[in-house]
Write a protein of this length. Structure first.
Lengths: 203, 203, 203, 203
């Protein structure tokens, strides 16, 4: 099977996920700047963060499938599993938003991010296995430092937000971890890899 | 007419169906794990089941149209009838969810699954008729054991859920039937066919 | 400009219009067949009718653009005007539904149908003018009996529903007119044209 | 990277933005023309204005990418930034609508329009830089009078709506500025440029 329709379907799902979150943004009840601030101060930030995450996944998905010629049934299902994880983003984002960044919702948001990362890794692995030893995708990924670092940052955020009694402080530190991962992926590849190489040169 | 635009339109509709269901997931009112469990314990399962069903239809639709060269007006309308049945999934899923898997909603959900299966069968038949005796689709489908078995499992589920007084037990057994059909389609073709052949070898 | 992206964008908008209407279907509050009947008896019918209308427009749009090679800026805007009219279908359908087919909502629904038909006619005319005297679209349309008959049936429905005091009877007769137009477009071309030719042979 | 998938994803997002706004149109509670007028007199106008704006962006995006051969990672992110700004249109439009065109919501709506214009300009600049001195896009844009005039009209609208105490009068004058920009982009290029040339001939 060619990849064009898998890409078109994924684009459709990602376009909807990235856009329906705006429906969660409640319209302020009053008409002052303060009403706007009160209603959107959390919602707009979490919307932006999740928007960037969906953008990163679309971006990486786009890059990955440019190296993929043909797909098997297994790839279709691994791709659907990724889309399922991503489709829960609007739900977990809305919970973080409506509880004003409470601890447990942030833990669940982090687990959602981690699940999407795992699903992406599984999809990548299924494609590479199908392509055999001369897979161009395997060659392109290389050491994949960002892909290996992200789960640890997600886990750090999840654990920090899960410590009982840390309240909003713990939750915001966790959100900070998730923001760092997003920024790490936003910075163009060569630069971040050079930065990382300085830190773990022998690896 | 070429099939590219029919496929693009179907992809769009399926992408929306599979994604808007997440809007039905109510955000928990509290911020504890228990609130999350209470709010989503049914909703998340039914969402997952319907997500898998839409994924199966997209998958099969994708496979089928790779064998189809050109389409007539009849195929367009048979395809729209299938999309109409599938577009009711979010509605029937939400009813099952909000009644916490009550009997009648499960019956209606089963009828919806059955209607989609019938619409898919009609679409397949319209395509094969249009292609004439040398239809490559007819050859590819073969005995179509899964396609023939599914309606009986849907019917079994519908009848079990419709027996008065069985309550949630009957409804859950019916949901089990629908889960079995989904799993049957998820397992790659060759394996399931070998399993089925052992059971009905003379057929 | 090539037409591929205009078609893709239109497909996206039409796919969303045809699908979001299902969000208007309220989930029954109880869990009995009677609850389902009470909640959906009007909504399901109007959803089906509007679904068929959007399907007809997608179908005709699809056919029309298969004959169009390149498009100008004017065609893009005529197309957007058509999409705007169609995007109001979920709104006018919901009003008909929530008032249980009251007179004025049916009048507005009819005006919406008429506006979409006019926008479609304008789009067709803009394309033909751009193509000049040897337009393949002009040749393909021919006498366009269905296109000429539809506005009169819409107008008949609008006028009947607007007669004060006819209540639900007038509104349902008007809906009948709109159903007849939909059926007329559903029946394959040659048959309906033969039927019409018998009635207005000299024309 | 080729531009086809970037265009498809952008089309998907724009199609959703332009369509979900219709979900904001509240269905009138009564069934008379007066109920319809009361409920939609503001909402329909703001919906139409934002629909036209999204249409203009789609139109310009479509034109621009016909001149673009290949895109870099920076273009993908500049494009996502534009889509983010556009995705806030349904939110800011709904606020203007629900406050019946109050001052601050109109200021925020104007800032949203300005932000989208800036994001579009950034996207255009990123593409031109990537293409180097012989960029066909740079040649096609020319003096870009409309692109340079629009921000000033947005700013004028924002400032007028922000003057304390002007109330609905100030807000409506600001909306008038935004309508003028939309009309300016709707009129085909050559005509507006001739009009503008008469006014600033020496420039």
């Amino acid at each position: 099977m060619r990849t064009s329709r898998l890409e078109a379907f994924s684009d459709g799902v990602l376009a909807i996920i990235i856009t329906i979150m705006v429906l969660e943004l409640k319209v302020p009840e009053g008409h002052t700047l303060y009403d706007l601030y009160e209603t959107t101060r959390v919602g707009l930030l979490t919307y932006l963060l999740t928007f960037v995450y969906v953008g990163i996944y679309w971006n990486n998905h786009h890059h990955m499938f440019q190296l993929v010629g043909r797909v098997s049934g297994g790839v279709l299902w691994a791709n659907l599993a990724l889309l399922f994880c991503l489709s829960l983003f609007p739900f977990t984002t809305a919970w973080v938003d409506e509880t004003h960044v409470a601890q447990i919702p942030v833990v669940i948001y982090g687990i959602n991010l981690l699940a999407a990362a795992v699903a992406y890794y599984v999809l990548q692995t299924v494609i590479i296995r199908g392509e055999g030893p001369e897979s161009p995708l395997r060659a392109a990924i290389g050491t994949d430092l960002k892909g290996k670092l992200s789960p640890f940052l997600y886990l750090a955020g999840i654990i920090i937000a899960a410590i009982p009694g840390t309240g909003h402080v713990g939750a915001w530190i966790a959100m900070g971890c998730f923001v760092i991962v997003a920024i790490m992926w936003l910075i163009p590849d060569r630069r971040i890899e050079r930065v990382l190489r300085e830190h773990d040169a022998p690896g």
